[in-house]
Design a protein around this ligand. Structure first.
Ligand SMILES: *Cc1c(COP(=O)(O)O)cnc(C)c1O
Length: 374
């Protein structure tokens, strides 16, 4: 017997989500697999996306790119922040990586480097996020310096939205119009959208979309959205009940005694905790799913365990499976309880056994959406 904490990763759901992104946009797709493919295993995910003829893969840094190349991944790979130092340039050439250029420093390094073959680059405009990218007033000059250098071949113009997950905000429209204004008349393809852009801002799709989270089947929105509702969760995080006990009313459960039973309570202990990446700040009352029904967490999340209320689920026994997120309990919903975003939940996964499956997914089967009672 081994510890039952497990991430089950359904590769067919990944393919379906990719097909959905393609269908929504009609654009070429950069599959974003940085941070170990948001906890799903970068190499396995890359292989699946490559077998689906993905147009490009994207990672955050050269280490992530080289691991893919060393394991036989041949698709174009985009470095989302570009290179940090000039010694990466020979590797970018040798391994045929595509680099973002987002600041003058990188242009200087590139101009000083004797390229053998012109590089494909993505030139980043800061249209309003104010993180990385050339400001509108500096962009045309950066473009000119690169095209005149003879060191670049194709240029894709990119920008990144800061508020695309907020469908009521006007900021995305303003970023889009800045992008259009600055790139008008320049020769190159365009890329603006991460997952919320793909799902919620069709007018911004451009030549290339850059979905990450949506490929893994999680919604970037806080509210229900018809497109996000079509996504199929790729990861199911589960474990089992390892102990059950009956507690009287009025006793505390867990560290710091933050939760006090308000009735005679049947308490179940689940073998999963914050050392597996389940967020420690998740409060009492957050949901888990057991045998298709919801139960609530009681007390603080421990390193290796958590306690749930089984009072209304008398049929649950030791050994029964508990789903922490997955089909019927979206990671985005758990993230809301925990005061975070599904991105952080997924890419924090660790220690659990990872099991890849490849089975057709029908439409989402929501577990009983309301709690039985409190
Ligand atoms: C991470 C990243 C993405 C993917 O974002 P999602 O919201 O996960 O789809 C796209 N573009 C850039 C520049 C990124 O850094």
């Amino acid at each position: 017997m081994s510890r039952p904490a497990q991430a089950t990763i359904n590769l067919q759901a990944l393919r379906d989500n990719l097909a959905f992104a393609r269908q929504l946009s009609g654009s070429k797709v950069v599959g974003v697999i940085k941070a170990n493919a948001y906890g799903h295993g970068a190499l396995t995910i890359a292989r699946v996306l490559e077998s689906e003829q993905i147009d490009c893969l994207a990672v955050a840094c050269i280490e992530e790119a080289l691991e893919l190349r060393h394991n036989g991944i041949q698709s174009p790979i985009l470095l989302l922040e570009g290179f940090y130092s000039a010694d990466e340039l020979p590797l970018i050439e040798a391994y045929q990586l595509t680099t973002v250029i987002q600041q003058q420093d990188q242009i200087d390094m590139l101009l000083a480097y004797p390229v053998k073959q012109p590089l494909n680059i993505w030139l980043k405009l800061d249209s309003g996020m104010h993180r990385i990218g050339f400001l509108p007033q500096d962009f045309p000059q950066a473009y000119q310096a690169l095209t005149q250098s003879g060191k670049v071949r194709d240029i894709v113009f990119m920008t990144h939205f800061s508020c695309a997950d907020d469908l009521d905000s006007d900021y995305t429209r303003r970023q889009l119009s800045t992008f259009r204004r600055i790139t008008a008349g320049l020769e190159g393809e365009t890329s603006l959208c991460n997952s919320p852009g793909v799902l919620g801002w069709p007018e911004a799709h451009g030549h290339w979309i850059r979905p990450g989270l949506m490929l893994y089947g999680a919604s970037p929105f806080d509210v229900n959205h018809p497109n996000a509702g079509q996504l199929k969760p790729v990861m199911e995080l589960s474990s089992s009940i390892i102990a059950i006990r009956d507690l009287p009313a009025g006793v505390p459960v867990g560290y710091s005694a933050t939760f006090i039973t308000n009735r005679p309570t049947r308490a179940g202990v689940v073998a999963i905790g914050y050392a597996d990446g389940y967020p420690r700040h998740t409060p009492s009352g957050a949901p888990v799913v057991i045998n298709g029904k919801r139960a609530r967490i009681m007390g603080k999340i421990s390193m290796d365990m958590m306690t749930v209320d089984l009072t209304d689920l008398p049929d649950v026994n030791i050994g029964d499976k508990v789903t922490l997120w997955g089909s019927g309990l979206p990671a985005a919903e758990v993230a809301q309880h925990a005061g975070t975003i599904p991105y952080e939940l997924l890419c924090n996964m660790k220690r659990v056994n990872v099991n890849y499956i490849d089975t057709p997914v029908t439409t989402e089967q929501p577990a009983t959406s309301e709690f039985i009672s409190l």
